[in-house]
Design a protein around this ligand. Structure first.
Ligand SMILES: C[S@@+](CC[C@H](N)C(=O)[O-])C[C@H]1O[C@@H](n2cnc3c(N)ncnc32)[C@H](O)[C@@H]1O
Length: 242
């Protein structure tokens, strides 16, 4: 059966995977205030706080207690891996799939520990209206939500079109409102022939029109077999406060 999803899954990457996908080194992050949006169950807050980095995550699912998110995370890793591996068009080689799943469980464990120990670092909220003041952060990291959860027709993973181009443009304006620099990954499609996700260019044009500096930079992390167009979108605000 062809792979698709009917909702955004609670699924996250480890600290090391996140540094790679955003093309960052931990040494570049000291002294900056950082937002992870959508944080999901990734290892960024746990890994960042361990390194003395000032980092907060936001996600609509952070209204739930740790036990609920732990159970949800485990169940979503198992079910989405099963669905991904049952589609020959996208399935990873078995050893790649096993490593991929192990990393997701590692990220979930780091997330749950941080979520229990530092609950003030996890804020409930959703794009395109975040509960933060303008210029609250120096850097916003946004992984595996924008572009990826476009509809199947637009090369994304969702069966429906809840997050259309208009949503993406509003959401990215909001990320740039709260943070001086924004990094978004991935920018490729996962459905159909490999190509740049079709909202990337119009989002870049909207950001340029608003006066921001925009570029695609190669990521330092390859996800499974997804090696084509492996770039992170970097937007730097060049006007306004913050
Ligand atoms: C796949 S996780 C991404 C985790 C992490 N950033 C990473 O790259 O591994 C996607 C997250 O997007 C969240 N989400 C869904 N709708 C959202 C919205 N409107 N605004 C922000 N986050 C949303 C989901 O709750 C989910 O936790």
């Amino acid at each position: 059966m062809a792979f698709s999803l009917d909702h955004v899954v609670f699924f996250g990457r480890t600290w090391e995977e996140c540094m790679g996908m955003y093309a960052l080194e931990a040494s570049e992050l000291g002294g900056r205030t950082i937002l992870d949006c959508a944080g999901g169950p990734d290892g960024l807050v746990g890994g960042g706080l361990e390194r003395g980095i000032d980092i907060t995550a936001v996600d609509p699912q952070y209204s739930e207690p740790p036990d609920v998110l732990d159970a949800r995370g485990r169940s979503e890793i198992a079910s989405s891996m099963r669905a991904w591996q049952s589609d020959p068009a996208v399935a990873f080689e078995p050893d790649v799939a096993a490593d991929y799943e192990a990393k997701k469980l590692e990220a979930l464990a780091a997330f749950i520990a941080a979520y229990r120990n530092t609950p003030d670092r996890f804020v409930t909220g959703a794009l395109p209206d975040l509960p933060f003041s303008t210029g609250a952060f120096d850097l916003v990291l946004s992984g595996h939500f924008l572009f990826l959860y476009a509809s199947l027709d637009d090369g994304g993973m969702l069966e429906h079109n809840a997050f259309d181009l208009d949503f993406h443009i509003r959401a990215v304006h909001e990320l740039v409102r709260v943070g001086r620099e924004v990094r978004i990954f991935p920018t490729y499609t996962t459905h159909g022939p490999p190509r740049r996700q079709p909202y990337v260019e119009p989002v870049m044009a909207a950001m340029r029109e608003a006066g921001h500096a925009v570029q695609l930079t190669p990521a330092n992390w390859v996800q499974g077999n997804l090696t084509t167009l492996n770039d992170v979108l970097v937007i730097r605000r060049t006007d306004g406060p913050g």
